[in-house]
Write a protein that binds this ligand. Structure first.
Ligand code: COA
Length: 258
């Protein structure tokens, strides 16, 4: 059965590509279901330590599928929103980091998908925006919440109220994107960063991911307590002994994720 999401597993790094170029990778219910299946299949592979998500053609994802949404009634729209949230939450909860490699348009649900990843690399040709107000709706897959957490509430308000589309340089300037690359370099650079992360202690990276992700929503004192607990717990791992012994023996560590 063909899927709208193609996954390539290359050792410790998996790359998921949204593949519906004739509709600019728009997120229909089918594409979202395929994306969830791809995420879950990747998560089941113990060897995976980092992942990349990108799109085929001139878009990363040009949004939720407008043709599929047009005739939805309220109940159907609630269900569609719940599906998008479920898929993006599943992505955000993965134990390993995910880099969005934004190769082109990341509009609406595409921008929200990138925001559900740990951080964003983009092509110099990428464009970002939350244009839902042009359609009489709002971001429905987490944009009103994740965008202000990433770029701050003032910039998020301006982007969401105006629906304006910004170019890659502007996205870099406001901190939505971590780095820009020439289009033909983007995927390789994202995969290289993923491969580099994959050499680090996987329990440590997973703990850092969890603490950063969950810490923004709780009081600082509580978040710092979680950090203290996680810091201590890591000293109960073989990887901590391996990492520090390898340093003192002047060799590369061989982390097992235990
Ligand atoms: N939902 C459904 N179909 C979409 C889509 C979306 N979000 N975005 C693009 N498409 C489809 C177009 O309808 C078109 O289909 P067709 O060839 O059958 O007519 C095809 O993808 C190519 O798009 P097109 O608009 O012709 O490309 P373009 O290069 O002229 O414009 C965009 C690119 C991204 C500016 C434009 O497609 C656009 O504005 N898309 C919608 C963005 C949006 O509002 N997203 C938020 C949705 S909530």
């Amino acid at each position: 059965m063909t899927s709208f999401v193609e996954t390539v597993h290359d050792g410790r790094v998996s790359t998921m590509t949204i593949n519906r170029p004739d509709k600019l990778n728009a997120l229909s219910p089918e594409v979202l279901s395929d994306l969830k299946a791809a995420i879950e299949e990747t998560a089941r592979r113990d060897e995976v330590r980092a992942a990349v998500i990108t799109g085929t053609g001139k878009a990363f994802v040009a949004g939720a599928d407008i043709a599929a949404m047009r005739d939805m009634d309220e109940a159907e729209a609630r269900g569609f929103g719940a599906l998008g949230h479920d898929v993006f939450n599943t992505l955000e909860q993965l134990r390993f980091p995910v880099i969005a490699a934004v190769n082109g348009f990341a509009l609406g649900g595409g921008c929200e998908l990138a925001l559900a990843c740990d951080f964003i690399y983009a092509s110099t040709k990428a464009k970002f925006g939350q244009p839902e107000v042009n359609l009489g709706i709002i971001p429905g897959f987490g944009g009103t919440q994740r965008l202000p957490r990433r770029v701050g509430p003032g910039l998020a308000r301006e982007l969401i109220y105006s629906g304006k589309v910004i170019d890659a340089n502007e996205a870099l300037r406001i901190g939505l994107v971590n780095a820009l690359f020439e289009p033909d370099q983007l995927l390789a650079r994202a995969q290289k960063t993923a491969a580099d992360i994959a050499t680090k202690g996987p329990l440590a990276v997973a703990a850092a991911k969890r603490l950063i992700r969950d810490g923004v929503d709780i009081p600082l004192t509580q978040a710092n307590k979680r950090e203290r607990d996680a810091f201590g717990e890591l000293f109960d791992s073989a990887d901590q002994a391996e990492g520090m012994t390898a340093f003192l023996e002047k060799r590369a560590p061989d982390f097992k994720g235990a």
